[in-house]
Design a protein around this ligand. Structure first.
Ligand code: SF4
Ligand code: SF4
Length: 75
């Protein structure tokens, strides 16, 4: 069974620098159309099911805005 992952973003901490966007090997990250409380467009994931859980995005984010969880079967 393929492992599945869920990303959570700290949207209000994100400054929209796009480092995570450029480091995702699957090109799954983008900046949201909405702005956060600081006026930045925060990062979001475009296709959660395609995430391979490599953690590149979370490791590269200078502000530790991304958390990655492995989902249990049925979640
Ligand atoms: S964990 Fe890897 S595949 Fe998933 S969004 Fe982050 S960089 Fe992309
Ligand atoms: S690297 Fe971090 S601060 Fe920069 S856009 Fe991604 S989540 Fe936001």
């Amino acid at each position: 069974m393929k492992k599945r992952f869920k990303l959570e973003f700290n949207r209000d901490k994100c400054k929209g620098c796009e480092i995570c966007v450029s480091f995702c090997p699957k090109k799954l990250l983008a900046l949201d159309k909405e702005v956060n409380s600081k006026g930045y467009h925060p990062a979001c994931i475009t296709d959660q099911d395609a995430c391979i859980g490599c953690q590149s995005c979370a490791l590269m984010c200078p502000d530790c805005c991304i958390s990655i969880y492995e989902l249990e079967e049925g979640e």
